[in-house]
Design a protein around this ligand. Structure first.
Ligand SMILES: *Cc1c(COP(=O)(O)O)cnc(C)c1O
Length: 380
């Protein structure tokens, strides 16, 4: 097969397909000179709430800030504990630490890469009552676009009266037993970082919320806790979303299901081609455990010589990425938490084995064939 370029992600062709619509909308906004919050943000919030099937949605400055503001809205304080997965993007645990609370890690279930409910239950059961009393919330992450095992997680959180904040940054539109990501916990945190399935033209995010009370609280915290103007009941921050980003997200939302379908078709093509090439033993493809995986990433496991495969593909023009090479409990900045290598074996193994292949919707069939062919040649 002739060499080709297959980037991990190419946003340019997607932009070309909606360019006119976006340019018109940007022009209108420039004419209005209304850049902060306003009707464009209101509209985006309504449409996202509808799409995620949640009663409320509040636009914020990023996915990272979505997590921070949700923790703030529940009054999580210094000294409190919040449980999450060590196998996620840094922001999940970073948000916990940023508000002064301590991240407590629970290992993942290896097939889904998401937090293991049995281990979550065990972690809470085996804590001393005084330690357990400090645990205030759990942040399950829907990694790569597939929901965590929410039913048992929600049951455990009800039992211990813990707040549930879904980190749905990679999972907009993903479903668990017919329920959408972000609609199951008390909060859902989404990111509009350009590489997410619904990306803005810069940073942005949204928090979905179950109750009207928390919705109000999020809105208050987003504007320095200010109500009315220049009167501050609580200390919030500037977590506002630009009107421009909201307007772009609203336009792109119309195409999201079509793009998701493209990703799912590409995932299916990989499955068929891997099968035909007899690559089944050795390399493991991502499993569809929940019924709407939106494939923010298509992540394979390469138990042996993952980095060599990555180099080989790179040399053949194929972009890949390792999400994530160092689990959070082994990050230098979290050394003070006292974890050590061996504490979370599944997360540590995933960090050594995972490799994300290009899966963006505009990939061409011949590009997918080329990727699989290169992997076949590397293995041979
Ligand atoms: C991208 C991401 C975030 C952070 O979102 P930003 O908008 O980049 O701040 C948080 N959690 C997960 C799992 C992510 O993938």
């Amino acid at each position: 097969m002739n060499p080709m370029k297959v980037p991990l992600l190419d946003l340019k062709s997607q932009y070309q397909s909606i360019k006119e619509e976006i340019r018109t909308c940007i022009d209108e906004l420039c004419d209005s000179q209304m850049f902060i919050l306003g009707p464009k943000v209101d509209e985006m919030e309504q449409k996202i709430a509808q799409y995620c099937r949640t009663p409320h949605a509040v636009g914020v400055s990023s996915g990272s800030d979505a997590l921070i503001i949700a923790l703030m809205a529940m009054d999580i304080k210094p000294g409190d504990r919040v449980i999450t997965s060590p196998y996620t993007f840094f922001a999940t645990a970073g948000a916990i630490a940023r508000i002064g609370a301590l991240p407590v890690f629970v290992d993942i279930e290896p097939r889904s890469f998401n937090i293991d409910p049995a281990k979550l239950s065990l972690c809470l059961e085996t804590m001393s009552p005084s330690q357990r009393a400090k645990v205030k919330a759990v942040i399950p992450v829907h990694l790569y676009g597939q929901c965590a095992e929410m039913e048992p997680i929600l049951a455990i959180c009800r039992k211990y009266q813990l707040v549930v904040i879904e980190d749905a940054a990679q999972a907009i539109g993903a479903e668990y037993k017919g329920r959408r990501a972000g609609s199951m916990g008390d909060f859902g945190c989404f990111s509009f970082f350009p590489s997410k399935n619904l990306g803005a033209f810069g940073d942005g995010g949204v928090v979905t919320a179950l109750s009207a009370d928390t919705d109000l609280r999020l809105r208050l915290l987003r504007m320095h806790g200010m109500a009315p103007k220049y009167y501050h009941h609580v200390i919030g921050g500037n977590f506002r979303l630009d009107a421009l980003q909201a307007a772009i997200v609203t336009i792109k939302l119309k195409y999201l299901d079509q793009w998701t379908l493209g990703r799912q078709k590409n995932a299916a093509a990989y499955r068929r081609l891997f099968d035909e090439a007899g690559l089944g033993n050795g390399i493991a493809l991502p499993e569809e455990i929940q019924n709407r995986h939106i494939y923010n990433q298509f992540v394979i496991r390469v138990p042996q010589n993952r980095d060599a495969l990555r180099d080989y593909l790179g040399a053949h023009g194929i972009g890949t990425e390792v999400y994530y090479p160092v689990p959070l409990h082994l990050q230098e900045c979290f050394a003070y938490l006292g974890y050590k290598a061996g504490d979370f074996p599944e997360s540590e193994r995933a960090a050594l084995e995972t490799l994300a292949l290009p899966v963006y919707p505009e990939l061409l069939p011949e590009q997918i064939e080329y990727v699989v062919d290169c992997i076949r040649r590397w293995k041979a």
